[in-house]
Design a protein around this ligand. Sequence first.
Ligand SMILES: [Fe+2]
Ligand SMILES: [Fe+2]
Length: 371
Amino acid sequence: MNAPLPAKIFNTGKTDHANPEILLGEDPGLFDTINKAHPALWKLYKTLKAQDWDENEFDYAPCNVQFKGCDKTTYDMLVKTLAWQWEADSVAARSFIAVLAPVCTSSEAWAGWMEISRNEIVHAATYSEIVRNSFDNPNDVLGEILAVKEAMSRLKTVAAVFDDALAASHDYARGVAPNDQETYNRIYLFVAAILCMERIQFLASFAVTFGICEGTGLFQPIGKAIQKIAQDEFEIHVQFGKEVLRTLYATARGRAAFEACRERIVQLIDEVTQSELAWTDYAFSEGRELTGVTCNMMKDWVRYSATDVARFFGLEDRVGFDLVDANPLKYMENWLDMSKIQASNQEEDTAQYKVGVMRRDDQDEVFAVEF
Ligand SMILES: [Fe+2]
Ligand SMILES: [Fe+2]
């Protein structure tokens, strides 16, 4: 009866309250808001919590008539884009917590990832509600959506990293894998892959949705709902991911992970970018088009997003695509507050947040890494 709880469930011997590691630190004990080790993560958590919304805030009924009346190319492009968005947010709604539960050892980071996961459920439910309300036979459209093989293959690169991280995390939970640099690296890469998915892939898909809403004037309730999703992704999830990666990089283990994963991250950014470019070609094939947006403009948008991620890691000289530093899709400014991605720059210590902080600045330094 009086046996102590297992340390992984509740760690009474915790000694790192003042500065807990985000990943694979000492096992968690008290949920601690006294020692604010990661205040920026806590702030993002609070902001997201305060802006909680519901998938049924929007009336999608007018879209039913518009799907019936619009031309086939618009219908196809919107449905194929919804297919990927629905699938990807379904993955996000389930996988983050599944992977991170055994390995996240910071109260603030855990609160943030939990809130982001709740938010991903709202996103996934929004796509589901859009389909449920926009079609007379939603189950037929469900089949149609699952048949878009190109949408599935668009997820392949990040799904492989997620799958490996899930195995690493659960092997660790079962005591099969040790708490070593190798396990850490596999989880670190997962955090990098989430950033690629959210910053490059989601933003690419939002540009198509908003392009359709702008160009046709139709599907405004869908546009408004996905605008909320885009704000969550762009202003909170992406920021949170970057902040976690910066914080990890400030630790010896995080730096070692970045060094060990550097080539893999280059490859990850390149593969995700290539798959988005290939998807864009597919989206604009078979006669599909967007008013005012060419296939090349949309591809530049993909590169514009990928450039941000490459520069964040200080890998812009290593990636295999042409860098794009100016927004090629002006209409996106009507849908997103483009300045928001830099929000923490003005509010926090600029030196800590400057773009490129992941650049290598540890040449000639030797870090003492204890495992
Ligand atoms: Fe999402
Ligand atoms: Fe997200």
